[in-house]
Structure formats: C-alpha cells, structure tokens
Design a protein around this ligand. Structure first.
Ligand SMILES: [Zn+2]
Length: 305
C-alpha cells in the first residue's frame, strides 16, 4: 500500500514537471507565443521575429488576421489547433506589402476564404511573390463586416496612409482594434518611413483616435496590446519631429544638415531613437519640401486625350 502511494506520487510529480517544462505550453496553458486578449480573442507571434497576428475563435470557426509569411502562418495554425478544433473560416489581410501578405496558402490548404481590400488585391495581382497567394475575395469602399456565429469583425478602410488597402479591424463587443504598421508603440517611425503618406497618416490616426475601443493589438512593437494613448503617441512624435525640423529651418540651419542635427529629446527612450532618427528626419524633411508622397486620386480618372 505504502509502495503504491509512493508510485502514485512519483507519477504525479512527473506529470507536473512535464507540464511545467513543456515549452509549448505557457504558464496559462496557452501554446507558445500565444496570448489571450479577451474571450476567444488571441494574438500570435514570436517577439523575436517581430510580427503579431490575431485570431478569433467562435463556435462556428476561426477568423485569422495577418498571415505575414509561411513560417509564421504554419506556427500560428499549429497554435490555433491547440486552442480549438474548429475550422479556420477566414483569413483577412491588413494591406498589400509582401512582409504582411505572405503565407496565405497555409490557410487556403485548410479551407479558409482569403479576403483583402480591393486596392491590396490589385497590387498583389500586379506584384506576385513566391510566398504570397491571391485572395479569394476582395472588398471595396470604406467598410465591411465579417460575421461568424455571433461575432462581428468590422473592417475599416481610411483611405491613404500606408501601403494599399490598409484595413483596421474592430471587434465591437470586446472594444478591441487591430492595427498593422501605422502605429508601433514606443518606437520611432520605421527606418526611411517607406510607403507612408505622412499628411494622410496623421489624418487617419486622428480618425482612429475617435473610434470606440479600449485595447489595440499592434503588428509590431512593444507592448503588443496597448491603448489609444499609444496611437496619440505615434501621431505626436510625427508632429513633434516636423516641428523640430521647422524650428531648425527658422534658425537658418543648412537644410542638408538638419537631419543630422535635429533632436526630439522627449522620445530619447523610444526604441531605435539613435538608429533611425536621422532617417525619419530626412523623410519628413523631404515631405515638407516636395509635398506629400506617395499620393493617388481617390477615384478613377480619365487620361487627357
Ligand atoms: Zn506595410
């Protein structure tokens, strides 16, 4: 009897240790690189790789936002399967860029319908990539809803800001939004600020700040889940750097020297301050000098004959 009890205790210890040591299971019992933001709402992404996705689990299936690439999507599909046995119904793209729009085949293979905004769809069609598949469906205009079970995901298109067809996602019940690229908390603007129309970007951020939500999931940056304050913080950084550049002009600093000397000490603690400030300043300086770029008309127009 004594012996039996001893064996039982040993087996129990082994089970407990294996649970603790299993790297695929986090402290909360979630798969690796997976966090729960609300009931049925999860983020997935290896912080070292720098890309975060969202997946929403309902009784009728799963909605995935942001595939990024095949390696990321494969790992995410594994994680999703540990959370639920429900099928993946939709894969939603945030925008056109290759580094976000790759990996779709992983979810196509398990039967998901892939959806992107029409602008992103057209770009993807014109600019193929080995790791990117063309979505099954596209949507046009400023709004679309995806409904599954009793869940609604609202899709918002704000016009020009970054890339093409940039979509912000809102879960109205949970007051959560998902933002790719146009907000990265506590970090400078990405390198040379590629494919951003700064004026329209600021307008977009102000419009997002007016929306009804409490939490924001970001594709990049730390924290992964933030608040409205992080959105205002990014907008204020752009405005503060623009003002600092303008102040150098007023002082008579040689315009070609401004990116090397301009400072915004309020943001010294932000990630990549030393590395990217000069690049950020060049981009904003040229934008102020040449006018907003890239730019495109809102509506199709006819060429002069
Ligand atoms: Zn992008």
């Amino acid at each position: 009897m004594q012996n039996k009890k001893f064996v039982f205790q040993n087996v129990l210890m082994i089970i407990l240790w294996s649970l603790l040591l299993n790297t695929n299971i986090s402290a909360k019992g979630l798969p690796e690189h997976t966090t729960k933001v609300a009931n049925g709402v999860y983020t997935f992404g290896d912080p070292a790789a720098g890309y975060i996705s969202m997946f929403v689990v309902t009784k009728k299936g799963v909605i995935v936002v942001e595939p990024n690439n095949t390696a990321h999507s494969t790992a995410m599909l594994k994680a999703i399967k540990k959370v639920t046995k429900k099928p993946i119904k939709y894969l939603l793209h945030s925008h056109n860029h290759w580094d976000h729009s790759g990996g779709g085949q992983v979810f196509r293979d398990v039967g998901a319908t892939i959806i992107a905004h029409a602008e992103a769809y057209e770009w993807m069609k014109a600019n193929p990539h080995d790791d990117m598949v063309l979505p099954d469906e596209s949507w046009a205009g400023n709004r679309k809803n995806i409904e599954l079970d009793k869940r609604t995901i609202e899709l918002y298109y704000f016009g020009m800001n970054h890339g093409l067809g940039m979509t912000v996602f809102r879960l109205p019940k949970d007051k959560i939004i998902f933002i790719a690229d146009i907000v990265t908390p506590n970090r400078l603007l990405f390198t040379i600020v590629p494919d951003f129309n700064v004026k329209e970007w600021i307008r977009t951020l102000k419009e997002i700040e007016e929306m009804d939500f409490e939490k924001v999931i970001f594709t990049h940056g730390s924290p992964t889940v933030g608040t409205k304050k992080d959105i205002a913080g990014n907008r204020e950084f752009i405005e503060d750097l623009q003002n600092a550049i303008y102040a150098e002009f007023q002082k008579g600093t040689n315009p070609f020297m401004i990116p090397n000397v301009v400072k915004v000490p309020k943001y010294e603690e932000w990630a990549m301050y030393d590395e990217w400030l000069t690049m950020n300043a060049w981009r904003l300086l040229l934008d102020g000098h040449m006018g907003p770029f890239p730019w495109r008309p809102d509506h199709p127009y006819e060429m002069n004959k």
